[in-house]
Design a protein. Sequence first.
Length: 266
Amino acid sequence: MTDAVLAEVRYLDEPWRDRDERPFIFSRETRHKNTIKHEVAINNARPLVADGSIDFDHNGFTLHAFNHQVSDWSSNEQVATTYASTIVPMLKSLTGCEDAFVMGHQVRNENPETFLGAYSRYVHCDYPLHPMRERESAVLKRYESPLADELEDREYVWYNIWAPIERIAEQNQLCVVDAASASMDDFREYHFSPKAEGGYATLPLYNPAHRFYYFNDMQTDECIVFKQYDSRSEKPMVCPHTSFFDSHKGERQGRRSVEYRALCIL
């Protein structure tokens, strides 16, 4: 491995391994209560993607060009134009899917207004790791896609597409866990709002077998595409992810980024 950074990341705390109930993580206080720091080596994936050592299909993530015409990232209307012009063609090219559908986007910066709008400070996955047909169907129906009627017979994959905006990502960069290094035994569900009906997703317990990667000094014309749920049982399912602080760099300008969540129907 090359250019490895040693950094602390937060995992679900060990007492939750044998509990049946879900923890609640929706604030700084509940994050500290229910997670624990582990030091991990985070490797620079640039040379490994370039030489084919990291494979999108096997490892669940890759680096891709991010071409867009957005001049104002605070404009939801401008950002939404990239759904059809950039994100869907990118996913079709990468995955060979029949069609792709963007559920939405989130812009983050150094001055978050909410806990969920801040940089992620714990390793997590965006979704529960089981089929949620109502969620998938709702996205397809919103786009008036005839594939909504075929969903029971289709395989599909959810992806997160993450990119720095306005300036390069020097600090609080995104890192992902290689999907091929994660086991389903690692994961537990958790609530990300104060009330159970507010929704739930998944996060892992610590496993020393997890392999972490990042792309150093990402530019505003680059993005990471990484898997968040794969319905195919023979494929690695998910790349957990988090931001991390690189102590060797110290304080830098605040990271600004956009992420999209999209569904690919295979």
